[in-house]
Design a protein around this ligand. Sequence first.
Ligand code: SAM
Ligand code: SF4
Length: 495
Amino acid sequence: MMDLIIPDKTHDEERQGEALMLDAVAGKNNGRKLYIESYGCAMNFSDSEIVASILQESGFETTKDYNNADVVFINTCSIRENAEQRVRNRLKEFTVAKVKNPGMIVGVLGCMAERLKSKFLEEEKLVDVVVGPDAYRDLPNLIDTADGGQKAVNVLLSREETYADINPVRLNTNGINAFVSIMRGCDNMCSFCVVPFTRGRERSRDPQSIVKECTDLFNQGYREVTLLGQNVDSYKWTPLPTLPPNGGEGSEQGTNQSLPLGEVGGVSFANLLEMVALISPELRVRFSTSHPKDILDDVLYTIAKYDNICNCIHLPVQSGNSRVLEMMNRTYDRAWYMERVDAIRRIIPDCAISTDIIAGFCSETEEEHQDTLSMMDYVQYDFAYMFTYSERPGTLAAKRYADDIPETIKSRRLKEVIAKQQHYSHIRLQKQIGKVQKVLIEGFSKKSDKDYCGRSDKNAMVVFPVDDRFKPGQYVNILVDRCTTATLIGNIVAP
Ligand code: SAM
Ligand code: SF4
């Protein structure tokens, strides 16, 4: 299976397997070292920050070298078979360290842990601890059990857990961009997808804790937050029932009074976006992922209303053909998707749109594949994540449909999809030449410390010469004068 990632930050290929580090906290050290590395989507990296926070409270320090660690955790992804294979290969590499240091505890966290449960312990003998995405509060106990020589498993899924009260420690951060989880799980049951089984039912996090976390980040100097969820447009938080006038001392009566309750009878995603945008015009707000069936005009009008909500929408299409979409159980068809794209173009002219595409889903014909290509011509996506279909055990598609498109055909269709996307990505960048982009400086460019890099509102990477008057975390206007296949290049101009 072959993936091509056109860079975006919600699934950053360069961060796969990254070891996460946090600062030691005075007085809390238990003398033990944690090594934690993460795979998959931004949600997993965000979860690792929650895990780090929980273990920091128990006195752990982090290390970047698993050979020196007392506890080695790998936060896993199950979305495609090659993601799981990558984790298994990595576990093999930990075997040597464990032979040298038999007291070392190896734990598997996240989606693969949830999918395989205790079977993991049989399949991978070196693993001591298996923990699903809703059980991270239990980690200190599970580590204690493993210290006592027993294997420990907690893969219970929850209908309530949002870790709202846990202040994630920001790991490997540039101090400028942060991911903030606003919901967990997914109720959609797309037939190809393992997420509803590994991350459980959808639940939204209390909006006040989200606004507080974003405000704290802003006060610490962060200038961009990305609100994360599998399906952010179905975010909905319903207020606690209001207690009667004499509703008890110390009650939570009034907790919700300051919330702008939308038409949904609670806080909708559009309401939440507005609440976060209002923290400061200097705080950029992004979000991911939007499901085409749920992105309604109220969200689009909110984006249009606030300059600091980025004009950039990730709207996975998966296929451009209505029969395939129905088999995928996506609950929209080609016409619906095109109408949503038209609405975006009407309400937010020049909005960047990105997508996910699966090539070679069960029974996809050549004509149906052509429909995906013609959808790409229609939308002209700014960038895309593109995959061949990978059958996942236990999903609806695995139960109902034969994975009957030969790998050679899947790969050829994927190549065609990639070629088309590269064409449109380049055209999109070329259109910016001669225009001024507002860029948030993120740091030095990878190639030279004589250049800064940062992102435009539309999430394009922009490189320009360092100017001592400006520092990372500040906004500058850049006149774009040329581009490579993935980057805009220009110079600072007066505001
Ligand atoms: N919730 C998001 C949505 O609905 O668009 C997507 C989340 S999923 C983690 C990211 C992407 O992985 C999907 O949009 C899909 O393109 C891809 N994906 C998921 N399951 C897959 C499978 N079995 N084979 C190939 N690609 C898959
Ligand atoms: Fe998976 Fe569909 Fe949920 Fe996205 S919306 S996480 S693709 S089930």
